[in-house]
Ligand binder design. Structure first.
Ligand code: ADP
Length: 285
C-alpha cells in the first residue's frame, strides 16, 4: 500500500521511484532514419550496449502489442509487463477485487486508474525482489492521467505505437485464441485486406497452435464483436490522447504493421535499430 501511495503522490525528490524501485535510464543514442512504413521518423533508438530500456507499447486492442512487446522483452532481457495480464490474473484469482473487475472488463470499459496503478505497483515490487531492471509496458498508460503519473515517477525512453486498420483489428480480436495451459496466444484469423486509396494491402496468415495446444484453446470473454467494438471506442476516447501526450514529447514511434509476424518482426527490429543476432550474442556473452 505504501508503494501505491508513493506512486500516486510522487516525492518531490529528483530520485524517482515506483513501487520502491529506482529506475535507471536506458542509453538512448542514435536517431533512426525515416522508414517508409512509419508515419514519423523514430525519435530515438536504443544503444544495444545500454540495457534497461524503459519502453511503452501503445496500440488498439488486437494490434499485437503483446506479441511484439513479449518478443522484444526476450531480446532485450527486460520484463514485459502487460496490465491486461495483471487484470486477468486478478479475475482468475477469485478475489473480491477480481469479481468487481469482471463486469468492467467484460463490458470493454477501463479499470480505474487507482486500481490499475495498484496492480502495476505490486507487479513492479515483485519484480524488484527478483532483481528485474527496465521494462516494456504493454497496455499502460491508457489514459493521460496514467501517463502523467508515470512521467512523474520515471523516464520513458521510447513509445512504440502499433497501428492497423480497424476492420483488421476486429478480425484479429475475434480470431484470438489462448492455450489455457501454456498461456501462449494464437490467432485463427486469415486476413487479406486489399490496398486502397494509396494504402498497401495487408495479409496475415493465421498463427496456429502446435498440436499439444489445440484441445486447450480458449477465447477471452472480452473478445466478442460487441465488446471489441466498445474497446475500440474507449481506446479512441481515452487512449488516443495518450498518443498525443507522447507525440508532444517527441517520443512516439508510429509503426504501421506491414503484415503478419514474419514480415513485421524484421521491420520492427530495423526501425528500432536492433539486430536479433547481435542481441543474442551479447546476451549469451
Ligand atoms: P486489449 O486487447 O484491449 O488491449 P488488454 O489485455 O490490454 O486488452 O486489457 C484487457 C482489459 O484490462 C482492458 O479492456 C481494461 O478493462 C483492462 N486494462 C488493462 N490495462 C488497463 C489500463 N492501463 N487502464 C485501465 N484498464 C486497463
Amino acid at each position: 500500500m505504501a508503494a501505491v501511495i508513493r506512486l500516486l503522490r510522487p516525492s518531490s525528490s529528483s530520485s524517482l521511484s515506483l513501487a520502491g524501485r529506482s529506475f535507471s535510464t536506458a542509453v538512448v543514442t542514435e536517431a533512426v532514419k525515416s522508414q517508409t512504413y512509419t508515419q514519423n521518423p523514430a525519435p530515438t533508438a536504443v544503444d544495444p550496449k545500454g540495457r534497461n530500456v524503459q519502453w511503452v507499447f501503445l496500440g488498439c486492442p488486437g494490434v499485437g502489442k503483446g506479441t511484439y512487446a513479449s518478443r522484444l522483452s526476450t531480446l532485450l532481457c527486460v520484463p514485459h509487463i502487460a496490465t491486461g495480464d495483471l487484470v486477468r490474473e486478478e479475475l482468475n484469482s477469485g478475489s473480491n477485487l477480481g469479481k468487481q473487475l469482471a463486469d468492467i472488463v467484460n463490458q470493454g470499459k477501463l479499470v480505474s486508474d487507482d486500481i490499475i496503478i495498484s496492480l502495476l505497483s505490486k507487479r513492479l515490487e515483485a519484480g524488484e525482489g527478483k532483481g528485474e531492471s527496465g521494462f516494456i509496458l504493454d497496455g499502460f498508460p491508457r489514459t493521460v492521467r496514467q501517463a502523467e503519473i508515470l512521467d512523474e515517477v520515471t523516464h520513458i525512453d521510447l513509445v512504440v505505437n502499433l497501428k492497423l486498420p480497424e476492420s483488421v483489428l476486429i478480425e484479429k480480436c475475434l480470431g484470438r485464441r489462448i492455450c489455457s495451459q501454456c498461456r501462449e496466444n494464437f490467432n485463427v484469423a486469415s486476413i487479406n485486406v486489399k490496398g486502397e486509396n494509396g494504402r498497401p494491402g495487408i495479409s496475415m496468415a493465421p498463427l496456429l497452435p502446435p498440436p499439444q495446444c489445440v484441445s486447450k484453446l480458449i477465447t477471452r470473454a472480452d473478445d466478442t464483436e460487441d465488446v471489441v467494438k466498445e474497446r475500440l471506442r474507449v481506446y479512441n476516447e481515452k487512449s488516443q490522447p495518450v498518443e498525443d501526450f507522447y507525440r508532444g514529447q517527441g517520443k512516439l514511434l508510429e509503426f504501421d504493421l506491414p503484415g503478419g509476424i514474419q514480415e513485421t518482426w524484421p521491420k520492427l527490429l530495423e526501425v528500432l535499430n536492433l539486430d536479433e543476432q547481435d542481441e543474442k550474442q551479447s546476451v549469451a556473452a
